[in-house]
Design a protein. Structure first.
Length: 451
């Protein structure tokens, strides 16, 4: 079967330019980004410790903690990152931990071979998903070990099980799923090393300057007489459900709306819909543009001065619509409740950041592929006797979840709110350390190879 798959992909690689023209727009954009020379590989490298990490897009968040630990253990290591989607190109390019990066065509075997010959990596590592047979087969030709880490597929099928068997090792985030077929990949049963995205979420929190905010004015949200809810990384399908659910809320809520892909049209439509419900929304970019004319300290995204300005304006409104990227994690820290988007449209985004920031989280029905939500929905909080993550399937379940929280934790019950925040944060804190374990495993394997 391996020969048949390889032969098929080798044939397709001869038509890679045609396949690209017929491919989704997202991949075309990613490869266009590559042509702008992000951090290119230009010559054969002399680095003894070169690593090739591949991530589809936001999966880079699972890789960056491992890369950071590798740089600690091996300061002279060279890190190359390939990716599929253009949506994370700027983040990867701007990371000081990444020495070179490039968008990849899944069937461009010629380019893969060039990278292997130029980079001469000691390992090819896939972050969580997006395993390409062509990359695996080319790695085998070059005698480069292949590793999948932060793996969390809840179910295995014949194709995925076979694909995993072609890897040299698989590091599971939490547990090995049922249906993992016999083969080379069964050694991965022993490799449950945890979720490195936990370390990244905790690092972001530790580096944040949001708590405490520098002015009394900035504390208005967390000390207000209303509960604060944030809807993070939402898609239009998520927003439509919540706009209907708002009508059934029995308590007054302040709501922060943060779209996954903000747009001028989307922001305008959302504002009009909220006004039609009798609410008073404000838009983040309009507030900051006015203030920035007098105070340049508010120009850096997500910093305490900016959040202070937004908090002050939000205190006089019912809703804050955040129409630019770069604010979500900071805003999680001033909310009581969080809904993580994508779960009513495609698949839920990460719930770790919201939980680490101390928010009680709800997600929609499309969450089965997210390992963090699987264990958090089964973890009950001592004080409220509710799960850290609650599944809501429709408007009624959303309103029931919100109304129950507001009844159990009224806005003026500050001590209870803080106790809940610490308990949620501790849940994530106890899962830290996967990045260091994976990096140490790689270094030990490399040492054994060099002996």
């Amino acid at each position: 079967m391996s020969f048949l798959v390889y032969a098929t992909l080798n044939f397709l690689s001869r038509f890679s330019s045609l396949i690209l023209r017929l491919s989704p727009k997202k991949l075309q954009n990613a490869l266009a980004a590559n042509r702008t020379q992000l951090k290119p590989l230009s010559r054969p490298l002399s680095h003894k410790n070169a690593y090739w990490f591949h991530s589809a897009s936001g999966e880079f968040e699972y890789a960056v903690g491992v890369i950071r630990e590798l740089k600690v253990l091996q300061p002279n290591s060279f890190i190359f990152v390939s990716f599929t989607s253009s949506s994370y190109a700027k983040v990867i390019q701007s990371s000081p931990l990444v020495d070179a990066c490039e968008a990849m065509n899944p069937v461009d075997q010629k380019r893969m071979r060039q990278i292997f010959e130029t980079l001469r990596p000691k390992f090819l590592l896939f972050a969580r998903t997006d395993i390409w047979p062509q990359m695996i087969f080319e790695a085998k030709r070059q005698n480069v070990p292949t590793i999948l880490f932060a793996c969390s597929w809840p179910r295995m099928n014949l194709w995925r099980s076979w694909l995993y068997s072609q890897l040299d090792n698989v590091y599971w985030a939490h547990k090995v799923p049922q249906g993992l077929h016999a083969g080379k990949g069964t050694q991965a049963v022993q490799n449950i090393l945890g979720d490195p995205r936990v370390d990244q979420a905790l690092l972001k929190l530790s580096e944040s300057t949001i708590h405490p905010l520098p002015t009394n004015e900035s504390q208005l949200i967390s000390s207000a007489n209303e509960t604060c809810l944030i809807l993070g990384s939402t898609w239009p399908e998520d927003e439509a459900i919540w706009l209907n659910a708002i009508k059934e809320f029995t308590h007054t809520l302040k709501i922060i709306w943060v779209a996954h892909e903000p747009s001028t049209i989307g922001t305008s439509k959302l504002r009009d819909k909220l006004k039609s419900l009798g609410r008073s929304p404000v838009i983040a970019s309009e507030i900051l543009a006015l203030v920035h004319q007098q105070d340049t300290s508010t120009s850096t995204k997500g910093t305490a001065p900016q959040i202070a300005v937004l908090a002050s304006a939000f205190n006089k409104a019912s809703d804050l619509i955040v129409d630019e990227k770069g604010y979500l994690f900071s805003l999680y820290q001033i909310a009581d409740l969080a809904f993580v988007g994508g779960s009513f449209s495609r698949h839920v985004h990460s719930v770790l950041e919201a939980t680490a920031a101390g928010c009680l989280v709800a997600i929609g029905p499309k969450h089965e592929k997210n390992s963090e939500s699987q264990w958090l929905k089964q973890t009950y909080l001592k004080d409220l006797e509710v799960p850290a993550v609650t599944i809501v399937n429709d408007e009624k379940e959303i309103s029931d979840w919100v109304n129950a929280y507001c009844q159990k934790v009224p806005p003026l019950a500050k001590n209870r709110r803080e106790t809940l925040r610490f308990e949620l944060h501790d849940l994530i804190l106890h899962k830290r350390g996967a990045s260091q374990q994976i990096a140490r495993r790689l270094v030990d394997m490399l040492d054994s190879i060099l002996l």
